[in-house]
Design a protein around this ligand. Structure first.
Ligand SMILES: *[C@@H]1O[C@H](CO)[C@@H](O)[C@H](O)[C@H]1NC(C)=O
Ligand SMILES: *[C@@H]1O[C@H](CO)[C@@H](O)[C@H](O)[C@H]1NC(C)=O
Ligand SMILES: *[C@@H]1O[C@H](CO)[C@@H](O)[C@H](O)[C@H]1NC(C)=O
Length: 304
C-alpha cells in the first residue's frame, strides 16, 4: 500500500502499470523468457485475480484454507503474545533465512494476497509477520501460530496508516531497526512490502555473495549480467531504489546499510513540508555506504 500510494504520486511510464514493469524485468531477477511465457495479459489477469481474492474473500477464507486452523485459540494467543523477535525468528527461520513484512490491521487483505503467493512458491514456513498492532498480532497468530511477532511499543494505530503522515513515517522508520535486529541475530532476511505478490521464487536469483539485494524503481531493461554498482542518481540527487523488497545477508556491510538508514531517518525527520517516507533515507544510506564496504546487487521484484 505504501508503495502503491507513492506510485500514484509519481506517475510513471505506461509500462509500469504492468506487474512485470521495466523495473521488474530489468535486473535479471525474473528471466525474460518467463516474461514472454506469461505475457502481459496473463500477468494482468493473474494479478487481477489475486487482488479480487484479497478484496472480496473475507480475511479468514484463504488464510484458513492455506494454513493452520486452530481449535484452541486462547492457548495460542497467550503463548505467542510475549514472543520476542529472537524467539520468533528462531521459530520460523529455515536454512538461516526469514522472510519478513510489517503489517497493521488495515493491510490484512494485502497480507493475505502476499502470503498466498509465497505459499505457491513454498516459502511460507519462513514468513514472520511483524505486527504493528495487537489486533494484527492476534489475528495472524490465531490462524497461523508463531508467525507473527510484535516488537513493542506498538505504534499508535490511529495515526500510523495514512501515507505521507508523520504517523506513517514513524511506522516505516521502525523497519530498518527490525531488519538490523534480525541481521544481528544472524539470519538472512528477505523484507517485502505486502502490496506485491510473488509470481516466481526469488531465491534462485539471489546469486553471489552480496550483502544487499534490492530493486530499482527507475530502471530501463538491463542484461542479466548488469554491473553491481548503484545506478546513477536521479533528479533529486539520489537513486530510486525501492525499499519494498530487500534481501540482506547478516554481513558487516548489510548491517552498515541498515545503521546508515536509521541515521538518515533521524537526520531528515518527517516535516509537514516534505511529508517523507523512509525510502529516500534508504537511498541515501545506499549512496553513502556504496563506495566503501558494499557489494551491491540489484534484483527484480515481481511487484504488483
Ligand atoms: C535448505 O537448503 C538446501 C540446500 O541449499 C535446500 O536443498 C533445501 O531445500 C533448503 N530448505 C529449505 C526449507 O528451504
Ligand atoms: C512520531 O515520532 C516522533 C518522534 O519520536 C514523535 O514526537 C511524534 O509524536 C510521533 N508522531 C506520531 C503521529 O506518531
Ligand atoms: C551519491 O550521491 C551523490 C549526489 O547525488 C553523487 O554525486 C554520487 O555519485 C553518489 N554516489 C554513488 C556511489 O552512487
Amino acid at each position: 500500500m505504501m508503495s502503491l500510494h507513492q506510485r500514484q504520486q509519481q506517475p510513471k511510464p505506461l509500462a509500469d502499470a504492468y506487474p512485470l514493469s521495466p523495473r521488474a524485468a530489468s535486473y535479471g531477477f525474473f528471466p525474460q523468457r518467463t516474461m514472454s511465457f506469461f505475457g502481459r495479459t496473463g500477468l494482468l489477469a493473474l494479478l487481477a485475480l489475486l487482488v479480487l481474492l484479497g478484496v472480496f474473500l473475507p480475511w479468514t477464507g484463504p488464510m484458513e484454507g492455506l494454513f493452520f486452523s486452530s481449535t484452541n485459540r486462547e492457548q495460542y494467543l497467550s503463548r505467542w503474545r510475549d514472543y520476542t523477535l529472537a524467539q520468533a525468528a528462531a521459530f520460523v527461520a529455515k536454512n538461516g533465512t526469514v522472510i519478513v513484512c510489517a503489517v497493521s490491521q488495515p493491510y490484512l487483505p494485502f497480507l493475505n494476497n502476499w502470503l498466498i503467493s509465497i505459499a505457491r512458491q513454498r516459502h511460507q514456513d519462513k514468513v514472520l509477520v511483524i505486527a504493528e498492532d495487537y489486533a494484527t498480532l492476534y489475528k495472524v497468530n490465531q490462524k497461523w501460530p508463531g508467525h507473527a511477532v510484535l516488537i513493542p511499543p506498538a505504534p499508535d494505530a490511529q495515526t500510523a496508516h495514512k501515507f505521507g503522515s508523520q504517523g506513517f513515517f514513524n511506522f516505516t522508520s521502525r523497519r530498518p531497526r527490525h531488519l538490523l535486529h534480525i541481521l544481528e541475530l544472524g539470519y538472512n532476511v528477505m523484507y517485502n512490502d505486502v502490496d506485491m505478490v510473488w509470481l516466481a521464487d526469488p531465491f534462485p536469483y539471489l546469486e553471489g555473495n552480496h550483502d544487499v539485494y534490492f530493486t530499482d524503481d527507475m530502471a530501463a531493461m538491463k542484461p542479466l549480467n548488469h554491473p553491481h554498482d548503484l545506478p546513477p542518481p536521479g533528479k533529486k540527487g539520489r537513486t530510486y531504489i525501492c525499499s519494498c523488497m530487500i534481501f540482506l545477508r547478516p554481513t558487516k556491510g548489510a548491517k552498515e546499510v541498515m545503521k546508515k538508514w536509521i541515521d538518515e531517518l533521524q537526520e531528515q525527520p518527517w516535516s509537514k513540508k516534505r511529508k517523507a517516507n523512509d525510502q529516500p533515507a534508504f537511498n541515501w544510506a545506499l549512496n553513502k555506504t556504496a563506495g566503501q564496504i558494499l557489494e551491491l546487487s540489484h534484483y527484480v521484484s515481481i511487484v504488483a
